[in-house]
Design a protein around this ligand. Structure first.
Ligand code: NAD
Length: 356
């Protein structure tokens, strides 16, 4: 049975990945700092499963990393841990540099030293997979797609910190020979996403009868991917990807933000109509744009598809319907994760005037 050290496995994508990995027979050591975005509730199906070991801690804690690597001898390390919300990075970039850059560096150094001391066969099979984002490439015009050779041009403190971490991962391969892989994925959606991000935020506010905030003109385009398809892509890259390579992951599902919100409103109207009979689209409210808001992202995932045989299994229409159903059925999960300091308020707007 393989053992994987997964960081950030109590978050949205990491949580989905850990649930799937353990179900498929992998032993997972899950290191997560349990920031506001980390929820043990997501992992409750594994509470009695001895193949899941949860450790609360920071990827920037070298002493802890050395102890975990020595004790559990993982065959792979998959790094999801990050500060991940663009709006929060506008209000407080330092935390993003601390975890995404400094934390990733400390993790890389610990893993490099662990890997160097491995027996030859185990060392040859070992992999470090870094989970990153398409936002490192900046913003597109109306045409074109990001490929693995698109130059990095990050525009937010979040994407700048992820770009820096990608560069460190690359450098650890070229300088020390560490067997790394990097994935750059488009926007994810699906179960267990913290309700500060567009899709779960709109579902929560729509159900509550609150205004649905649309940044700017609502025509910013994202290439949406259902989270299970992202997890399958990470597995494919981990198991069959070429060492030192990066792979773009995307669902060929470009949608304007306003189209996404309209779709959610329609799905909720069908499933749970408002008592006054009004359409939920009547709750849509346009608000001041996010400073530096990237206009369009689109991914060319040809390399991943042709080299590794990956393809998304969920159309956007199916995935968004499943997601709305999941949030309707899991209102208790939403209530528990919102028990902390976040109450669906807008973040990162304070700098909008200055950037305009
Ligand atoms: P998330 O914010 O839901 O989860 C991040 C997790 O990391 C949380 O559980 C948090 O507690 C943990 N964490 C934060 N700082 C830590 C630290 N210093 N040490 C250990 N754990 C720490 O994020 P997500 O949406 O699941 O994203 C996971 C990864 O995927 C991130 O690296 C992100 O950049 C990348 N990504 C996300 C998307 C997306 O659409 N959500 C798309 C592409 C790539």
């Amino acid at each position: 049975m393989p053992t994987w050290l997964v960081t950030g496995g109590a978050g949205f994508i990491g949580g989905n990945f850990v649930l799937d990995a353990v179900a498929s027979g992998v032993r997972v050591v899950n290191l997560d700092a349990l920031t506001y975005a980390g929820n043990l509730d997501t992992l409750s199906p594994l509470s009695d499963n001895s193949n899941h070991v949860f450790v609360e801690g920071d990827i920037g804690d070298r002493v802890l990393l050395d102890a975990l690597l020595a004790e559990h001898r993982p065959d792979a390390v998959i790094n999801f841990a990050a500060e991940s919300h663009v709006d929060r990075s506008i209000d407080g970039p330092a935390a993003f540099v601390q975890t995404n850059v400094v934390g990733t560096l400390v993790l890389l150094e610990a893993v490099r030293d662990y890997w160097r001391a491995m027996p030859t066969a185990a060392g040859s099979a070992f992999r470090f997979l870094h989970v990153s984002t398409d936002e490192v490439y900046g913003s597109l015009g109306n045409t074109g797609k990001f490929s693995e050779t698109t130059p990095y041009a990050p525009n937010s403190p979040y994407s700048a910190s992820k770009a820096a971490s990608d560069h460190l991962v690359r450098a650890f391969h070229h300088t020390y020979g560490l067997p790394v892989l990097t994935t750059n994925c488009s926007n994810n959606y699906g179960p267990y996403q913290f309700p500060e991000k567009l899709i779960p935020l709109v579902i929560a506010k729509a159900i509550a009868g609150e205004p649905l905030p649309i940044y700017g003109d609502g025509k910013n385009v994202r290439d949406w991917l259902y989270v299970a398809d992202h997890c399958a892509a990470i597995r494919a890259v981990l198991e069959r990807g070429r060492i030192g390579e990066t792979y773009n992951v995307g669902g060929d599902a470009e949608r304007q933000n306003i189209q996404v919100v309209d779709t959610i409103c329609r799905l909720l109207d069908e499933r749970r109509p408002r008592q006054d009979g009004k359409p939920r689209a009547s709750q849509i409210t346009y608000v001041k744009d996010r400073p530096g808001h990237d206009r369009r992202y689109a991914i060319d995932a040809t390399k991943l598809k042709s080299e590794l045989g990956w393809a998304p299994q969920h159309s956007f229409e199916q995935g968004i319907a499943d997601t709305v159903d999941w949030y309707l059925e899991n209102q208790a999960w939403v209530g528990r994760v919102l028990d902390g300091s976040y109450r669906l308020e807008r973040i990162g707007a304070g700098h909008a005037e200055a950037a305009a």
